[in-house]
Design a binder for this molecule. Structure first.
Ligand code: P6P
Length: 339
């Protein structure tokens, strides 16, 4: 099986502009993910469970593994020198590096270093999500907010790591999506899922129905549609909800389906963050033949205004997102952020 390094070098030819820096950054992300994987896999055995005693910009109690993962990815991206700034769920402000090499870096990264970490204690899969853009500011100084506040359509790469029954790195650089499974016995990422395509005939819907009474009418109508008889299969869809974005999305990437975290009457923008959750997931979905929307428009076309802004997310099999968008336009036009 092809290793990640072999694959990156093989594909480097696809990027005439890439001088190897981009490849080096992807490899550094892979190394940091191995280190995080090691800690996640022994979370129950060592003192990395539980809370760090601090909270992040979301007001969420930071778990020790959140902080550990954040530090590892920042360290790896800082040492590599290709990244001049990072937006992280765990840091209120932009992370920059006081180093000449990094200040000449051509790229910026937005990441959620350990999404779904509330699942750690109950041994449910969690994940890392990242998106990569080219900087807009001139090299030679720290990356800027302007470098990070770019729409998802301008991403040059995106990916996630899922720390589950096996650990996988799934990423795209704009020419399809490929999945690598980590083999800890040799310490290598091995190409196990080449050219991932979201199956067209998805019938799994994934949403936290505990929020039902607050959902827009369009979402309620879509759930009713999923629970009705599907003419294609003559039986209702099925529902799965893990409560871990990367796990729910990874299932949809391989099996088809839709993941929804809509806005609601209490939180019109929903819960997920545009920059480092919705954008990378949307990029991967589109690269795999799927679709990602805020209920009304393409996620990748949303112009970000702040690092931690939220967005509703409907993502997965194209026909399922199309139907959800139709019912949102018909029943809940008032939820359209552009209305
Ligand atoms: P709820 C985890 O906190 C997360 O950001 C996603 O990984 C997950 O899909 C979602 O929130 C779960 O949120 O409100 O359903 O518990």
């Amino acid at each position: 099986m092809k290793t990640l390094i072999e694959f990156i070098h093989e594909k480097q030819a696809d990027f005439p502009f890439a001088t190897g820096e981009f490849s080096r950054m992807l490899n550094d992300i892979g190394i940091a993910a191995k280190i995080v994987n090691r800690e996640v896999n022994k979370a129950g055995l060592t003192n990395v469970m539980g809370f760090e005693g601090t909270s992040n910009v979301q007001g969420e109690d930071q778990k020790k593994l959140d902080v550990f993962a954040n530090n590892e990815f920042i360290k790896a991206l800082g040492h590599g020198g290709q990244c001049c700034a990072i937006a992280s769920e765990e840091n209120e402000n932009l992370v920059t590096f006081d180093s000449k090499m990094s200040n000449n870096g051509k790229y910026v990264v937005a990441m959620d270093p350990l999404d779904g970490s509330s699942n750690i204690e109950v041994n449910v899969s969690i994940g890392t999500v990242f998106g990569i853009w080219r900087r807009k500011s001139e090299p030679g100084s720290c990356g800027t907010m302007e470098d990070l506040l770019q729409p998802g359509r301008d991403m040059v790469a995106a990916g996630y790591v899922i720390y589950g029954s096996s650990t996988m790195l799934v990423y795209s650089t704009g020419k399809g999506v490929n999945g690598f499974t980590y083999d800890p016995s040799v310490g290598l990422w091995l190409l196990s899922h080449p050219d991932i395509q979201i199956p067209e005939g998805g019938n799994i819907y994934s949403i936290n129905e505990a929020n039902y009474i607050y959902f827009p009418e369009g979402v309620k109508q879509y759930i009713k549609y999923c629970q009705g008889d599907d003419p294609a299969t003559n039986r209702p869809y099925t529902t799965r909800y893990i409560g871990s974005l990367v796990s729910d999305f990874h299932r949809n990437m391989l099996r088809g389906g839709i993941y929804m975290y809509p806005g609601n009457k209490k939180n019109p923008d929903g819960k997920l963050r545009l920059l480092y959750e919705c954008n990378p997931i949307a990029y991967l979905a589109e690269q795999a033949g799927g679709k990602a929307s805020d209920g009304f428009r393409r996620i990748l076309d949303v112009e970000p205004k702040s690092l931690h802004q939220r967005s509703p997310l409907f993502v997965g099999t194209k026909h399922m997102v199309d139907t959800a968008e139709y019912l949102m336009a018909k029943n809940s036009p008032d939820f359209n952020p552009q209305a």
